[in-house]
Unconditional design. Structure first.
Lengths: 246, 314
């Protein structure tokens, strides 16, 4: 079983979000990058669990500059066998997906896994775009994944409920909570990661379908109005007359 | 200019469908709705009141397979010459819109919260709701996926024609073994009023008073991550970074401290009310109205106040 796990870097959850260059660029100053949590906790760990029971190889792939080798090494320390970095700036989801699909085309993976979305762009776009580029079925937001021979059984969220589905390999799956539990790399893994293969691949040329023109911050909340816990009529009146939500 | 709106009508017409049709109407031009699923012609025709000129429906597709849906929407887009395609940013859109983007080489804007600005850029949520980005599409066809509860449906037209449509989609590669849908509940991302509670409720046996308040308000119920993890409440109620992200008009948080991961899922709410015994709870900083007090005393009082308000019919 050959599994490709797509990882992306994202700012640590507690990072201060700010922008520079007239609000056209994310301010990276002082930002600690981590593996996007959905990619790491769910996609990567589930891939490793499958490998541990069925055998095979887990390759991680990212599109990014050399600085991203740090998150790649972390993925290798958690247990991936080898890694690929497409040496380019992941400008938009389409660009990123096409780069990954190009690599996947020539390497015959049985299963391609991603997290459900990144915590910085929240687009939920890349996995579906890879699936379309590879002409493979795609199961999005899966919370369970089991392999039986060449068939996957998955549980996924649908609008207003849950569904259990079956699909034949090869396939693309985006992974959500419930799929696996976070793993902390141990010292042996960290040491081994230093010598695992990391292949750097030149990008293919892709047009940009979208451009982030600029960013804005939400208006700061005015201070919280405290209500006397004995006087809930006042709260109801405020919600009706002032906030106009009921 | 031709606008195509995809709606999911498998379980009737949702508010999100009305939102996307009304949004499409504001873009101007001819507006066609494409849908699969089981909604009958007479209910689909009512989409005309929200701005649709025509509804196309393919009932041979169940809507479980993103490849079939992609084929359906792509052939409808081709047949009406669509220059803008609109989805509601729900679970179906998250599976189908990216495929369609590749198929049509059309730029995709995910999670739009407003109409396009004068320069054509569209505002989206980024950094889990901590900032907004303005996105421009460079391709001639664009796809916009609209966050639920971002745009108010507007009704001011008449019923429109409903025509059957066939996309000749190939057979489904995804086999559905079972589907579980809680009956009669509003999907959380669509709820306008949400009552949510956390570990401060001390145990699942105390949820009755949370539900009483929700019933009095006509609100959906939600919960924090620890509460879903220990099994006090079902997982589909979990809002926050790893759960569902919601943006209701009113979010009432009871006994939830307001960790950054929880806020990431609710910071798009228009009004936030926080009830907590801990004056230092970070949630108060994100709240519009705060009540420092014991939920077990405050909740019954608030429920009574809401009932009184409803009866008075203000």
């Amino acid at each position: 079983m050959k599994i490709l796990v797509c990882i992306s870097k994202s700012p640590d959850t507690t990072s201060k979000i700010a922008f520079v260059d007239q609000n056209t660029k994310f301010d990276e100053n002082g930002v600690q990058y981590i593996i996007n949590p959905y990619d790491e906790w769910y996609a990567l760990v589930r891939a490793l669990e499958i490998k541990e029971t069925l055998g095979g190889d887990v390759t991680v792939i990212t599109v990014g500059p050399i600085a991203d080798d740090a998150i790649i090494r972390k993925a290798l320390a958690i247990g991936a066998d080898d890694a690929v970095r497409i040496d380019a700036d992941p400008t938009d989801a389409y660009y990123t997906a096409v780069q990954i699909a190009e690599y996947a085309k020539s390497n015959n993976f049985d299963l391609v896994l991603t997290g459900k979305e990144t915590i910085n762009y929240n687009g939920s776009q890349v996995a579906g775009m890879i699936a379309e580029s590879l002409n493979m079925p795609f199961v999005s937001l899966a919370s369970k994944l089991d392999v039986n021979g060449s068939t996957l059984t998955l549980e996924r969220e649908i609008v207003g409920g849950l569904q259990v589905v079956e699909v034949s390999l090869p396939a693309v799956v985006s992974c959500a909570k419930g799929m696996a539990e976070q793993r902390i790399p141990n010292m042996r893994g960290i040491m081994a990661a230093r010598t695992k293969p990391l292949q750097v691949v030149a990008p293919v040329s892709v047009e940009l379908l979208t451009t982030y023109v600029n960013y804005t911050m939400p208006n700061a909340k005015s201070s919280c109005k405290m209500i006397d816990p004995m006087n809930m009529d006042e709260l109801v009146a405020l919600l009706h007359n002032e906030a106009k939500v009921i | 200019m031709s606008v195509l709106v995809y709606i999911n009508s498998n379980s009737g017409l949702h508010k999100s469908a009305l939102e996307t049709v009304s949004y499409g109407k504001k873009l101007g031009g001819n507006l066609t709705v494409i849908t699969s699923g089981s909604a009958d012609d007479s209910s689909l025709a009512t989409l005309g009141k929200y701005g649709a000129n025509k509804v196309l429906v393919d009932r041979s597709i169940q809507g479980n397979d993103d490849q079939q849906l992609t084929q359906l929407i792509a052939s409808a887009a081709d047949s009406v010459g669509a220059t803008t395609i609109i989805f509601s940013h729900d679970l179906t859109a998250k599976a189908v819109a990216p495929r369609l983007s590749v198929r049509l080489k059309a730029g995709l804007i995910s999670g739009a919260i407003e109409l396009p600005a004068a320069d054509g850029t569209v505002k989206v949520n980024v950094f889990s709701g901590k900032a907004f980005g303005s996105v421009k599409v460079n391709s001639s066809v664009k796809i916009i996926s609209l966050l639920p509860n971002s745009f108010q449906p507007e009704e001011n037209g008449n019923n429109c024609a409903v025509e059957s449509f066939s996309s000749n989609a190939s057979s489904s590669l995804i086999k559905v073994l079972s589907t579980k849908k809680p009956e009669g509940e509003i999907p959380l991302p669509e709820a306008e009023l949400v009552v949510s509670a956390g570990r401060g409720m001390k145990g699942p046996e105390n949820w009755g008073m949370v539900e009483d308040l929700a019933t009095a308000l006509g609100a959906a119920t939600a919960c924090s991550r620890p509460v879903a993890d220990i099994g006090w409440r079902p997982h589909h109620e979990h809002v926050g970074q790893t759960g569902v992200a919601i943006r209701p008009n009113l979010y009432i948080a009871i006994g939830i401290s307001g960790a950054i991961q929880h806020l990431a899922g609710v910071n798009g709410s228009k009004v936030i009310v926080v009830i907590n015994t801990d004056a230092e709870a970070p949630f108060f900083k994100a709240a519009d109205y705060g009540i420092l007090g014991d939920a077990f005393e405050v909740l019954p009082r608030l429920t009574e106040a809401v009932k009184k308000f409803k009866v008075s019919g203000q």
